[in-house]
Design a protein around this ligand. Structure first.
Ligand code: URA
Length: 234
């Protein structure tokens, strides 16, 4: 791909376009081993090598990350006095990526981050009906009849939920699959049947499962096949 060299560097590092311009001024950028002066030079991401301060800058166009969110972190942008999931990322990602959707502060598990607005939009679009599967622990006995109740939909106050799939594991643990994401939806669905959620973890989006090798707070990049799996809806 042909691209301006300053865009290559700002897209693929933690430096802003302005900071990158300064590096050009001080001869800190090389193209195939030669100092480059012109920040607008057109280069080829497939064949050229760009270095900044003698370190190679690998071109990264679109980035998709899965993070195993720990409890205690909010999943939106910086809020004073709160820990945010962005702090868990490398500096080079913090400025560029945003989370796709949200999890509550006390919810754990799979959250995706990207710099690809179109991908995020697709995944969140209600028509796409992408499933999210949650592992849930509750404070009260789960009853078989909840399976039918959830599959018919429940009144959570301001909303009647669409069909959801409940799989009971034992008296107080289960998984719940929903294709929507209203505010506190899972917690409010269990509340509607007299249970309080005491632990909640998202384990799957579309057909993409949380990588069980990722400890709380750890993340890794997705490959193309995985990004497509997350988009699989009804
Ligand atoms: N439902 C909830 O209640 N909380 C979450 O974080 C996600 C889904």
């Amino acid at each position: 791909m042909k691209i301006r060299i300053d865009k290559w560097i700002s897209d693929s590092s933690e430096y802003s376009r302005k900071e990158v311009k300064n590096f050009f001024k001080y001869n800190k950028i090389k193209l195939n081993g030669e100092v480059v002066k012109k920040s607008g030079m057109i280069v080829d991401t497939d064949n050229d090598m760009v270095t900044l301060l003698e370190k190679e800058i690998i071109y990264e166009e679109k980035i998709y990350i899965m993070l195993n969110k720990p409890s205690g972190y909010i999943s939106s942008a910086i809020v004073e006095g709160e820990k945010t999931i962005m702090e868990l990322l490398d500096l080079k990602y913090q400025r560029r990526l945003f989370p796709i959707g949200r999890l509550d502060k006390d919810t754990e598990g799979l959250i995706l981050l990207t710099n690809d607005g179109q991908y995020s939009h697709k995944l969140m679009h209600p028509n796409k009906k992408v499933s999210k599967i949650y592992y849930v622990e509750v404070d009260n006995d789960l009853e078989e009849k909840f399976v039918d109740i959830f599959s018919s939909g429940v009144d959570i106050g301001d909303y009647f939920t669409k069909p959801a799939t409940l799989k009971i594991i034992n008296e107080t643990t289960c998984t719940l699959e929903i294709q929507e994401g209203k505010f506190h939806q899972v917690k409010r669905m269990f509340e509607a049947v007299g249970c309080e959620v005491i632990y909640l973890k998202r384990i799957q989006i579309g057909k993409l499962e949380l990588d069980e090798n990722l400890k709380n707070g750890e993340y890794r990049k997705l490959n193309q096949e995985e990004t497509e799996k997350a988009l699989i809806g009804d």
